[in-house]
Ligand binder design. Structure first.
Ligand code: CP
Ligand code: NVA
Length: 310
């Protein structure tokens, strides 16, 4: 694996291996012989959007793997004054060992990967949030044993970056995924016909969607960059709030997941969030382990000089 640009660009085998490695990273975290494959390396974090979990988990993870992390907000770099990505990427490529990027357009990330000559990791774009879904899959394995056989319902803005990464995880791994939201926040079902696995469906009725669900997943209703649409989104998405009524209509052993940050009484009630806080904060912690797995896998590929096409 040369880069991590999306879940779409991973195979089922690569996803499984990363989750297995993440579980192992969690197990060995505090042992004296925990591996340090980034020893002597310098990685840049370039973030054009806010972050708590992603920034902290990458900075801590890189340090624990023996490397050094440098954080730049979009405006810290000449990039913010119009220097082209292709020039920034080539400068980075001369001095750094990898770049972790949180930005708007997926194409900007791909341009960094094309020009930098060093690994690029997607720390969230408008299209995908692959690191979060890897941590979420790890959390499902730790709480439910396996992703196989689960019925995952993504509730709310079912066309956002998180929903898209879940869509690709389902297409690759074959578990059932229901994308549930109002018509303007769900994909056109005909667009899903081309997905491998035929495991993703769309449902606009929240009670129908959660019947038999083993995982209820939600995300903010107003993603970063969509603030101008806040009022309309909060009104339209209200029927898709994860509350005690929806949880009661799901499988009795169902878990509730949230990538955070959470807006209580919008996409999730405070009561449900606190009831499932052990799962939700495991998701946060697993960002650290999953990203250490990604960094270690990329470092091993580079050492072996056999980076793949991802
Ligand atoms: N879930 C997530 O990516 O959180 P941050 O925006 O705080 O990084
Ligand atoms: N969909 C959200 C995810 C935050 C982690 C956003 O893009 O803001």
């Amino acid at each position: 694996m040369q880069h991590l640009l999306s879940i779409e660009s991973l195979s089922d085998k690569q996803i499984s291996q990363l989750v297995t490695a993440a579980i192992e990273a969690r197990r060995v975290r505090h042992s004296a012989d925990a591996p340090q494959p980034l020893r002597g390396q310098s990685w840049a974090l370039v973030f054009s959007k806010s972050s708590t979990r992603t920034r902290v988990s990458f900075e801590v993870g890189i340090r624990e793997l023996g490397g050094r992390a440098m954080f730049f907000s979009g405006n810290d770099l000449q990039l913010g004054r119009g220097e082209p990505i292709r020039d920034t990427a080539r400068v980075f490529g001369r001095m750094l060992d990898g770049i972790i990027i949180r930005t708007f357009a997926q194409s900007d990330l791909e341009e960094f990967a094309q020009w930098g000559g060093i690994p690029v990791i997607n720390a969230l774009t408008d299209d995908e949030h692959p690191c979060q879904v890897l941590a979420d899959l790890q959390t499902i394995v730790e709480h439910l044993g396996d992703w196989r056989g689960q019925r995952v319902v993504f509730m709310g803005d079912a066309v956002c970056n998180m929903a898209r990464s879940w869509m690709w995880a389902s297409a690759r791994l074959g578990f059932e995924l229901v994308l549930c939201g109002p018509p303007e926040f769900t994909p056109d079902p005909t667009d899903l016909e081309h997905l491998p696995g035929h495991s993703v469906t769309v449902e606009t009725d929240p009670l129908k969607a959660v019947a038999g669900a083993t995982v209820l997943y939600t995300d903010v209703w107003v993603s970063m960059g969509r603030e101008a649409e806040s009022q309309e989104r909060l009104a339209t998405l209200q029927p898709y709030q994860i509350n005690s009524r929806l949880v009661a209509a799901a499988d009795p052993g169902a878990i509730v997941m949230h990538c955070l940050p959470a807006y209580r009484e919008q996409e999730i009630t405070a009561e449900v969030l606190e009831r499932f806080a052990n799962v939700i904060f495991d998701q946060s912690e697993n960002r650290l382990h999953a990203q250490k797995a990604v960094l270690s896998t990329i470092a091993a590929s580079r050492r072996a000089g056999m980076g793949g096409a991802n």
